[in-house]
Design a protein around this ligand. Structure first.
Ligand code: PLP
Length: 233
């Protein structure tokens, strides 16, 4: 199947699962995850209505940046090293992977220098997986309170990458994310402006939507299996 057919099917699924859980399908943003995907294919997806794309590597984002159709919004969704913030700060709409005070400090500093407010999501390691980045669920509230002084960061919500298991088994994790989201939303803090719950990938987006996701990040489902280049090529 091609990109057009894939997108059509995914959009139908999003609608189905949104309606099933009494939600408005238009409230859910379908982000195309474009890591390893070439420019032509990304532009094809954009021509079929994709408005937001997600990249997880600083270098790759910078390489692609000049070549994509106008108006597409870049999101940074991978682990972000502090020393690379400066290369993306004025290129991305939102950073989904804020996971340390150290990183917050650097984002705030660079955003201040550019005279912008950077929208960020706090990444949560919801299943306490050793292989994953993110703040532990029990620490998220305090982490966010510690970000109080960063005036050039706007905290827009939470992001998670659920375990790669039977999607139905992710449901309790997504539910816990939604509970965290709702409780933090109520906190009175200047830079909290909670709007987005970024969760759900090719494997599990249907369940994520049923549990309250309003950004789903889909790569394989749109572009097919990723082909990783051999190191050095
Ligand atoms: C690769 C990636 C995705 C998309 O994964 P698929 O299974 O291909 O849909 C989503 N989020 C993050 C953070 C990723 O790195």
């Amino acid at each position: 199947m091609g990109i057009y057919e894939n997108l059509k099917m995914i959009r139908e699924n999003i609608k189905l699962h949104a309606l099933k859980s009494n939600r408005n399908p238009d409230d859910i943003l379908l982000m195309a995850v474009t890591k390893t995907v070439d420019i032509d294919k990304i532009n094809e997806a954009i021509s079929f209505g994709i408005t937001d794309i997600g990249e997880n590597k600083v270098q790759e984002l910078n390489d692609k940046y000049p070549f994509l159709k106008d108006n597409v919004k870049f999101h940074f969704i991978g682990h972000l090293q502090t020393n690379k913030v400066k290369y993306i700060i004025d290129k991305v709409k939102m950073i989904h992977s804020l996971d340390s005070l150290h990183l917050a400090k650097e984002i705030n500093k660079r955003a201040m220098q550019k005279g912008i407010i950077m929208d960020c999501l706090v990444e949560v390691n919801i299943a306490l997986e050793e292989t994953k980045y993110g703040v532990k669920p029990a620490d998220v509230v305090n982490f966010i309170k510690d970000l109080d002084a960063y005036e050039n960061i706007s905290l827009k919500g939470l992001m998670t990458v659920a375990p790669y298991v039977n999607p139905e088994d992710c449901r309790p994790y997504f539910r816990k994310m939604k509970e965290l989201f709702e409780s933090i939303k109520k906190i009175d803090q200047k830079n909290i402006d909670f709007k987005y719950l970024s969760m759900g990938m090719t494997n599990d987006y249907a369940i994520a939507i049923e549990e309250g996701a309003n950004i789903v990040r889909i790569g394989t489902g749109i572009f097919g299996k990723r082909l990783y280049k051999v190191e050095g090529n």
